[in-house]
Design a binder for this molecule. Structure first.
Ligand SMILES: Nc1ncnc2c1ncn2[C@@H]1O[C@H](COP(=O)(O)OP(=O)(O)OP(=O)(O)O)[C@@H](O)[C@H]1O
Ligand SMILES: [Mg+2]
Length: 416
């Protein structure tokens, strides 16, 4: 018998399985234990494809719709909207259900039995400063999970799940801050951990505070794109002799994973064509026209994301825009990225500080700052967090697996 924990992430998902001995992650795509939270709906067939295969199918240029960042739609107005594809309507709720149903089946293959109880991870806030919307996001996710066939659904904060997994590696007691910097949100928990505490049935006294904010890697992708790619497509350019600029919202939406598909409608294309006619320099708008006609929005977002990830390792990187126009490319360097994401870094720094304060402990008393989530690999993120807790030891948890594993441990505790 195995108990399961589901980490449905904005960018990547995992499914953890815990039996009497240990926790492991189910293979979700080939040998990989992570599945990009992506679906591709082919224009011709009704069956979606998932994960890396979804992204690859889109990149190959097949006619259809790629959907990513679905989790960020939970609790927002977009949830009630639909994407149209050749007369067919695709609802976010159904898309999430297909993705989670797919993951559940793969988990059942790995466990060799049906899974009917799940601990689903959740950010501390799906939505900032709006409790009703936040509750709605969780309720919607619970509905979707029940529709996929789970009979028992409960939730745990993502950073607490990561803490539980990290704790299973500890030999002595620690006061830790767990920082989970993912694709959609940054989440923090201040917790007392240790081998003896791990055995306690109720951990509520060890959880001193939780906090979070809706800032994540997908926001950094948008900021990177607006600083480098979108100006080549007309962002910031004038469209009329009187100095009127191209609408900012068009470019913000085109650089936001969850909104791209909504721009593939005739009215948007028509307005870009109009801008091309009236602008002194029509070239950037011609490129925007191509990007819309050829549905290159997700490709551009992927280019921005790849550049951001590359800048975790190198000082500068060239973003290839050759699918928009042969030979076109732009450079982005780490200092420039640092400047455009600075306000976001201040935000996550402020929230970790607020969380430690709410825990009622002095920052110097924190033993370790445990980093998880893909965005915690970015040097600017690490600096933003460690500068608020300079005395803490920096520890890297499994950046993409710790939460799924911790949720499985929690599922065993709750359901066994
Ligand atoms: N080396 C890297 N440097 C910077 N960012 C990275 C790196 N590797 C991955 N990322 C970013 O990490 C994010 C994905 O992280 P992760 O899989 O932890 O998120 P998630 O769990 O799907 O999101 P969330 O928990 O917020 O719902 C993406 O935005 C991705 O671009
Ligand atoms: Mg996550």
């Amino acid at each position: 018998m195995a108990w399961c924990g589901l980490d449905f992430g904005t960018s990547n998902s995992t499914l953890g399985l815990a039996d009497g001995n240990a926790a492991r992650l189910a293979p979700l795509e080939g040998g990989a234990v992570t599945l990009p939270s992506a679906l591709f709906f082919d224009a011709e067939t009704d069956d979606p494809v998932f994960g890396r295969q979804a992204i690859a199918t889109y990149i190959e240029g097949n006619d259809g719709r790629l959907m990513r960042s679905l989790k960020s739609v939970l609790g927002s107005d977009l949830m009630d909207q639909e994407t149209r594809l050749h007369g067919r309507k695709i609802h976010f709720q159904d898309a999430i259900g297909l993705l989670l149903g797919h993951i559940k089946l793969l988990g059942e293959d790995a466990a060799s039995h049906k899974l009917d109880s799940v601990v689903q991870g959740r950010p501390v806030h799906f939505v900032d400063d709006d409790e009703a919307a936040d509750a709605k996001a969780q309720a919607t996710l619970e509905d979707i999970l029940r529709q996929t066939g789970f009979r028992h659904v409960s939730f745990q904060y993502e950073p607490i799940a990561a803490a539980l997994h990290y704790e299973s590696t500890l030999e002595r007691e620690e006061l830790a801050v767990i920082a989970d910097i993912g694709g959609g949100t940054s989440d923090f928990s201040v917790v007392r951990l240790g081998p003896a505490r791990a055995k306690r049935p109720d951990r509520s006294a060890d959880i001193l505070a939780n906090d979070g904010v809706r800032v994540g890697g997908t926001d950094l992708d948008r900021l990177a794109s607006l600083a480098s790619i979108m100006p080549e497509l007309g962002y910031g350019h004038t469209v009329r002799n009187d100095g009127l600029k191209a609408p900012v919202s068009l470019y913000h939406d085109f650089a936001s994973w969850a909104k791209i598909n909504f721009l593939y409608v005739h009215s948007v294309l028509a307005s870009v064509r109009q801008m091309k006619r009236t602008a002194r320099n029509p070239i950037p708008f011609e490129r925007m026209e191509t990007a819309l006609e050829e549905r290159l929005g997700h490709w551009l977002a992927l280019q921005a994301e790849s550049a951001k990830i590359a800048l975790s390792e190198v000082e500068d990187t060239r973003i290839d825009l050759g699918r928009i126009e042969p030979g076109l490319g732009v450079w982005l360097d780490r200092a420039q990225l640092g400047r455009v994401i600075e306000a976001s870094m201040t935000k996550i720094g402020d929230v970790i500080e607020r969380c430690v304060k709410a825990a009622g402990v002095a920052p110097e008393k924190i033993d370790s700052l445990v980093m998880t989530g893909g965005s915690a690999l970015l040097p600017m993120v690490r600096d933003a967090l460690s500068s608020r807790l300079p005395a803490a030891r920096l520890v890297d948890a499994d950046h993409f697996g710790a939460i799924g594993l911790g949720l499985a441990l929690e599922a065993r505790r709750r359901y066994a």
